[in-house]
Design a protein around this ligand. Structure first.
Ligand code: GDG
Length: 479
């Protein structure tokens, strides 16, 4: 074990800090904005925590360091690791497979081999900094083998895993040539968390089908082999959320509210502003949304004088071919719609292919009369929750795909099947025409839901389940 050791360790592909280099070439670290860091920061500080992950730049070998009270432990990745483990197996095999094969997953043995190697590197880094009996929380689909690798090296650890993306139905999951290894990797954890009830169910079913283990929700009985004792693994949903109070505070700032007014004016004061905010990803249903909006303009149900669609498409995974193709497809559609229906004074779509500061995102949410979340498949979708948190005026209409995890909680949204273009068009018109009292009623109920489950509730309930798993293990005579 290394000289330093920590009793609470989080491991994710990407560290929660970004390296910024100034004009003079001096490097420093900036905490990346995000719910996960906000949720875990207090736990990290209270429990002497370390965060293990990649620093975001290839071939950078860095020593561990402290940032804002958290020990940061970088794991190096080479250019070729990025190509095979990250862009390859994580983003071009697992991502499309776990999102119901919206895009065709590629299965390459050399990608898989590198995924195993890199997972081992992460597991070794964690084992090296974890104190005896420490709690380790592994995040997401890039690191599914880490739980079992860690358990083998360090049976004393209490291990949690959370999957941020969906877990597919067995009929799709069973395509994966390495389906057994991934299941075994995850079963190394004491608690495996998912976004939705359906994801946890899909995982348990895959375990039954592939391994024949007994499952009685939420418990999976893993029999003992050789030296390893029989164990109980808990697999259940923990729907993730956002830092609700932080987001509300941001949206209540006078300068953010003023910016929202400015945005409306800059768009030519349309009656209705519709908004989409997504990473540019084929799971988000951006093309379906554009098709519905284009048809509404074509058939005269909407006019560009009255309605503007603002689409923020944050650049993402630009070196993966399917993402490059999607960008072309979206920009062709936006160009066509703007060309066909735009006027000198009114554009149909204000399309923004870049990232924005959080303040600008909050101002956009405040300016938007209708928020469009039309994902074809999405683990949760935090944008939907952020929109709701921002709207303390209890106004605005959320259109939400039933294929986003958020739809399990946000029942008061206008729920849609984004594949049904006519249904989507009708829902857009309904949202635009919705009377104020109905908007208020729905938003009130949505806000209540979001307030009940913020991100610290999410991390607290996950960690409480892990602690209970430790007590059960002790009662069984384990460590
Ligand atoms: C994965 C799962 C699950 C986006 N553009 C900008 C920006 N964002 C922020 C949003 C939001 C976050 O990024 C995106 O979160 P989502 O949940 O919508 O989607 P994924 O990135 O796909 O996240 C998803 C999530 O993990 C958590 O478990 O919900 O299902 O796919 O917070 O606001 N933020 C800023 N500028 C941008 O331009 N500042």
């Amino acid at each position: 074990m290394a000289d330093e050791s920590y009793s609470f360790v989080v491991v994710s592909n990407r560290l929660p800090v970004d390296r910024v280099v100034d004009e003079a070439g001096n490097a420093s670290w900036k905490q990346s904005p995000g719910g996960l860091v906000t949720a875990l920061e207090p736990v990290m500080r209270a429990a002497d925590g370390a965060w293990v992950g990649w620093a975001g730049q290839a071939d950078l070998d860095l020593e561990p360091f402290d940032n804002a009270g958290i020990r940061i432990v970088p794991v190096p990745l080479s250019e070729s690791d990025l190509e095979l483990y990250y862009e390859g197996f994580s983003n071009d095999t697992l991502w499309p497979l776990y999102h119901d094969v919206i895009a065709q997953p590629s299965y390459h043995r050399e990608w898989w081999e590198r995924y195993v190697q890199v997972n081992r590197r992460f597991a070794e880094a964690v084992a090296g900094v974890s104190a005896p009996g420490a709690t380790v929380w592994v995040q997401d689909y890039q690191l599914q083998l880490v739980p079992a690798m860690l358990r083998e090296a360090r049976p004393d650890l209490l291990i949690g895993f959370f999957n941020h993306i969906p877990f597919p139905a067995y009929g799709l999951y069973s395509q994966l040539p390495w389906r057994l290894q991934i299941i075994d990797g995850l079963l190394g954890a004491d608690v495996v968390g998912f976004q939705r009830v359906a994801d946890a169910g899909n995982f348990s079913r895959a375990v039954r089908r592939l391994r024949g283990y007994t499952t009685k929700s939420p418990v999976i009985e893993v029999p003992g082999v050789d030296d390893a004792p029989a164990r109980r693994v808990i697999a259940k949903p923990f729907p993730i959320s956002i830092d609700v109070a932080g987001f509300q505070e941001l949206a209540s700032r006078p300068e953010v509210q003023e910016r929202a007014r400015q945005i409306r004016e800059d768009l030519g004061n349309p009656k209705t502003i519709m908004l989409g905010v997504d990473r540019l990803d084929y799971t988000k249903g951006i093309t379906h949304r554009l098709k519905a909006f284009g048809e509404l303009l074509a058939d005269g149900s909407l006019s560009v004088e009255d309605v503007t669609l603002v689409q923020v498409a944050t650049p993402s995974r630009e070196r993966v071919e399917s993402y490059r193709q999607l960008r072309d497809e979206i920009e062709l559609a936006v160009g066509r719609i703007n060309g066909d229906y735009g006027t000198i004074s009114h554009q149909a779509i204000s399309y923004l292919h870049h990232g924005f500061p959080r303040e600008e995102m909050a101002a956009l949410y405040l300016a938007a009369d209708v928020m469009l979340v039309t994902a074809l498949r999405d683990g949760m979708n935090l944008v939907a929750k952020e929109y709701v948190a921002a709207r303390s005026d209890e106004d605005g209409v959320l259109i939400l795909s039933e294929f986003a995890g958020a739809s399990d909680e946000l029942r008061a949204a206008l729920l849609v099947n984004p594949h049904d273009i006519d249904g989507l068009k009708d829902t857009i018109l309904r949202a635009i025409d919705m009377p104020r009292h109905e908007r208020r009623k729905r938003m009130h109920s949505l806000r209540k839901k979001v307030a009940e489950n913020d991100v610290s509730h999410w991390s607290d309930s996950f960690l409480a389940t892990l602690r209970r798993a430790r007590r059960t293990r002790a009662a069984w005579g384990g460590s």
